[in-house]
Design a protein around this ligand. Structure first.
Ligand code: WTA
Length: 655
């Protein structure tokens, strides 16, 4: 049994002024389940619709009757909701604060009026280049204002954006461009991170040499570092050259609520990353409402989410949620530990940030540097803290709460997934008592349940697999180009429910504690990596016969990547080859997928039918340098050759 957790009651300052009190949370939560049409119909009024929806929820997770449709006779444009409707009352308000990689470079403030103009100009340029409703556009940019501008410009003309994280390598770009059939790519000459240059344009060039990418007609290149890059005419065009002379008004496309807004690729248990498709109406209603409620948003807040726009957190809680709400959002190009471990806190002081939303991995990395770099700053402006991306260990939670927030600021631990569009489980700061390490309670309309491996519902206290019983507006609608994969991945394991892939415990107070992935996905620093992807990158090296990849606990990253590699006959293991293989994975997928440990495996533990028993490999990787008694490995009697395990245990790498 887990010991009772310390409870941090709702702060009186929040209880007094919050948008949603404890009683309101309970009342509204009950209403959201009992009368979803009335509840979400009302919430949807927060957006500007070109045609208001009369149909609200039309969903079923039953396979014979499967459908997910929200607001499906409504019409709207996402960019109008993020820009135009604020012009009258908030035209001069800062929409985006841009804080560059280097603290010596000037910050920029972009008002709603200016952002509207810049989005319209790019939208006009895209139309002039032949991009229209339904066309896919790849965005491969650093964390600069153009990233948000590019997303909103696509939304304005009904093009479907597909953002690729700037840390992915050429192969990963090519896979995504090819699967989505993108017509145009928006990139930059180079990115900057901690003073180092990232060769974005060169990566795009390499990607476009790979098969399957000839749908791309145009590459727009933002001049960021102004480095000299190869421009291949007529394909490559400078962004400023095509945008500067465009008109500052652009007629928005009327979009149906169920028209696609974007595709974002994410890793799963098997195969290549899936193109998660989100639509316009439900997504925007959900991210705007969750952003306001979970962060208890006020008009004068300065809100900073440190995610990259390459991930869903950046889509929902840097761009669409905050801008739909007319908030001021900070866009940060840099990293938390450069030039030193004070950077986050200095940026908070510099821009008087009031709401700060980051990942547990960043907190753990900064915690290691001690309290000094935090204490050197004031952080007086802060009123609310948040986390996302992975479970937060209670020690890191307490450090965040006591040291960063001076025990003044509540922490909202927000659980959700790329597939979810927005936050599903989280405290509301004026309504929910906090427990370090728990994402606490479900958001309106969200019905979590816990099932055992046979799908039997666990009521009350207990632990098992987390499923969601009914749809919420921000839910993904399909896997791009493969609807069957969507159904098979999420709705077949526990029929009638959406399976999250996460393990979860519910305590006596009904609080949810996410325990991590129960499938073959590794969560490295809050980023999802499929073991199958890393394995296929390893076996694509000509000296590798076979590979198996598992996660292991990592102090900073949450989970690290542990690879077991069998070389082809005649090849000898060496340190040089080990380094070469790690480099190979970096080049194939990107630095985030590089194995932390690579162990030579003369053989892999397999069942007689040839299936690799990852459970055993996981145990060996998890044990690290500690003793590993044979009985800790569980049942090995079904192995074809149990002696492989002994040699793996003996040879294990000590993380
Ligand atoms: C994990 C990120 C515990 C979880 C928004 C989920 C979390 C995966 C939390 C989704 C949290 C995210 N507590 N675990 N607060 N937030 N996760 O798609 O395993 O990049 O399934 O979306 O991250 O990662 P994704």
């Amino acid at each position: 049994m887990n010991p009772p957790a310390t409870v941090y009651p709702v702060k009186s300052a929040f209880a007094a002024e919050t948008r949603i009190t404890r009683d309101e949370y309970q009342r509204l939560y009950a209403q959201s389940l009992q009368q979803p049409d009335a509840f979400w119909g009302k919430v949807a009024e927060r957006l500007d619709w070109m045609k208001a929806p009369t149909r609200i929820k039309d969903t079923s997770f039953e396979l014979k009757d499967f459908r997910i449709r929200w607001f499906d006779d409504g019409e709207l444009n996402a960019s109008v909701n993020c820009l135009d409707r604020h012009l009258e009352t908030r035209g001069d308000k800062t929409a985006l604060i841009f804080e560059p990689d280097s603290p010596d470079a000037p910050a920029q403030r972009i008002s709603y009026r200016e952002l509207h103009e810049r989005v319209c100009k790019l939208a006009n340029a895209l139309r002039a280049l032949g991009v229209g409703k339904g066309d896919r556009v790849t965005i491969y940019l650093p964390m600069i204002p153009e990233a948000a501008i590019a997303m909103l410009a696509c939304a304005r003309i009904g093009a479907v954006h597909m953002v690729v994280f700037g840390g992915f390598a050429a192969n990963s770009i090519a896979d995504r461009v090819s699967d989505s059939g993108s017509k145009l790519i928006i990139t930059a000459d180079e990115g900057l991170r901690a003073g180092r240059k990232v060769a974005l344009k060169a990566n795009v060039d390499a990607a476009l040499k790979l098969p399957g990418t000839n749908s791309v007609e145009t590459v727009l290149v933002v001049r960021h570092t102004r480095a000299a890059v190869d421009m291949q005419m007529p394909r490559d065009r400078w962004y400023d050259a095509v945008v500067d002379d465009q008109p500052v008004q652009c007629e928005p496309e009327r979009m149906n609520a169920e028209d696609p807004l974007f595709i974002l690729y994410t890793s799963g248990s098997t195969g290549k990353p899936k193109g998660v498709l989100h639509t316009t109406g439900g997504y925007l209603v959900y991210v705007s409402y969750t952003h306001e409620a979970v962060f208890d948003l006020r008009e004068d807040d300065v809100y900073w989410c440190t995610a990259d726009v390459g991930w869903v957190t950046g889509h929902s809680y840097i761009v669409y949620g905050p801008l739909a709400n007319g908030a001021t959002a900070l866009v940060f190009e840099g990293v938390p530990t450069w030039p030193d471990a004070s950077r986050f806190w200095q940026v908070i002081d510099k821009h008087r940030v009031t709401i700060f939303y980051t990942a547990p991995t960043a907190i753990r990395a900064l915690m290691r540097e001690g309290e000094g770099p935090v204490q050197a700053t004031s952080r007086k402006s802060l009123r609310l803290l948040g986390t996302v991306g992975e479970p937060i260990n209670p020690e890191a939670w307490r450090w965040y709460y006591e040291v960063v927030g001076d025990s003044r600021c509540p922490i909202v631990d927000t659980w959700w997934q790329t597939e979810n569009g927005g936050i599903l489980i989280s405290a509301l700061p004026g309504a929910t008592d906090l427990k370090p390490g728990s994402a606490t309670l479900p958001f309106f309309g969200v019905q979590p349940a816990i099932v055992d491996t046979h799908g039997k519902r666990i009521e009350g206290e207990g632990e098992g697999n987390l499923v969601i019983l009914d749809s919420w507006p921000g839910q993904m609608r399909t896997v791009y180009g493969d609807h069957q994969r969507f159904i098979d991945t999420y709705f077949r394991t526990y029929p009638g429910t959406y399976f999250t892939g996460d393990g979860c415990r519910r305590d006596a107070d009904g609080y949810y504690w996410i325990t991590g992935r129960v499938d073959d996905v590794i969560n490295v620093s809050g980023h999802r990596i499929g073991t199958a992807e890393v394995e296929s990158a390893l076996v694509s090296h000509d000296k590798v016969a076979e590979a198996a990849v598992v996660g292991f606990p990592h102090d900073i990253k949450g989970q690290g990547i542990y690879a077991y590699v069998t070389l082809i006959a005649g090849e000898q293991p060496s340190e040089a080859l080990r380094a070469e293989l790690v480099k190979h994975v970096r080049a194939e997928i990107g630095p985030i997928a590089a194995p932390d440990h690579l162990q030579w495996a003369p053989g892999l533990p397999k069942t007689r039918s040839g299936k690799i028993m990852r459970r055993i490999l996981r145990k060996i990787a998890e044990a690290g340098s500690s003793e590993l008694a044979p009985d800790q490995l569980g049942d090995t009697s079904t192995l074809a050759d149990p002696s492989v395990v002994d040699s793996l245990v003996q040879e294990r790498r000590v993380p």
